[in-house]
Design a protein around this ligand. Structure first.
Ligand SMILES: Nc1ncnc2c1ncn2[C@@H]1O[C@H](COP(=O)(O)OP(=O)(O)OP(=O)(O)O)[C@@H](O)[C@H]1O
Length: 230
């Protein structure tokens, strides 16, 4: 589903932001990409998306939907036009696609604004639109950058439930986040990055073992494993 082998990556010739980052995601797995500010999470995601010019390594990736932290829309298209356009480019069955779109709009409470421009929406509403468009693609893999920042508690719960459904259908999910208590409850595995290096990857119990904190929270383990840096 996703096999990442980054030997080194950066933003310009000679600048090395990441070194030796290797991990993979299997079908049905939700993997949390975690690390402090500036650790290299977004740079890892950009490496996977293939948009870095200075990159050495390999990335094998299935068909994916990417949900960026900062939403991007066509400025002269309404919410419904975005959905319609996606259906056209995917050549998806119109009736099935519209039905699923209707359900997602309903659960994210955006039905009343389908003829409005997403550029005029609040941050959380914009994020919901990006998520709806990602779910409508039905990809094998979701790459989601910091999904919880703009979402209210109800929308967060809806998102987590939808991700759970996608996992059951066999999708893989890579989610970068700072919200460690939610990540701890929901992710199957974690990839912990610090200063552009892979500190550890594995399940919560693997990480607790490595940190020497058998009942430690993800936050405490994270703190312990990166403490020499602060
Ligand atoms: N466009 C860019 N050009 C040059 N350097 C960059 C660029 N974007 C990020 N960096 C550098 O790469 C390093 C890793 O940044 P990155 O954005 O990957 O961190 P992050 O883990 O996503 O952080 P945060 O949690 O704050 O979003 C930082 O030192 C940052 O200054």
């Amino acid at each position: 589903m996703l096999v990442v082998n980054i030997e080194q990556a950066g933003y310009s010739e000679g600048s090395e932001v990441l070194k030796d980052i290797h991990f993979s995601i299997n079908p049905g797995e939700l993997v949390g990409l975690i690390g402090p500010n500036g650790a290299g999470k977004s740079t890892t995601v950009k490496s996977i998306l293939g948009i870095l010019t200075n990159f050495t390594g390999t990335v094998d990736v299935s068909d994916y939907s990417y949900v960026p932290e900062r939403p991007i829309f066509y400025d002269r298209a309404t919410l419904w036009e975005h959905i319609d356009f996606l259906q056209t480019i995917l050549e998806a069955d119109e009736e099935e696609f519209r039905e699923r779109a209707g359900e997602l709009l309903e659960i994210f409470q955006l039905t009343e604004v389908i003829h409005h421009y997403p550029d005029s929406f609040s941050k959380g509403m914009q994020q919901k639109v990006m998520l709806i468009l990602a779910f409508l693609r039905k990809p094998d893999l979701y790459i989601i950058d910091e999904p919880f920042m703009g979402l209210d508690p109800k929308a967060t719960r809806i998102l987590l439930n939808l991700l759970e459904e996608e996992k059951k259908k066999g999708a893989g999910i890579l989610m970068s986040t700072h919200v460690l208590d939610t990540a701890e409850k929901r992710c199957d595995r974690f990839v912990l990055i610090s200063e552009g290096r892979l500190v550890i990857q594995g399940s919560l119990s693997d990480i607790q073992d490595k940190a020497g904190l058998l009942d430690g929270s993800l936050f405490d383990c994270f703190d312990k494993l990166t403490e020499h840096e602060s």
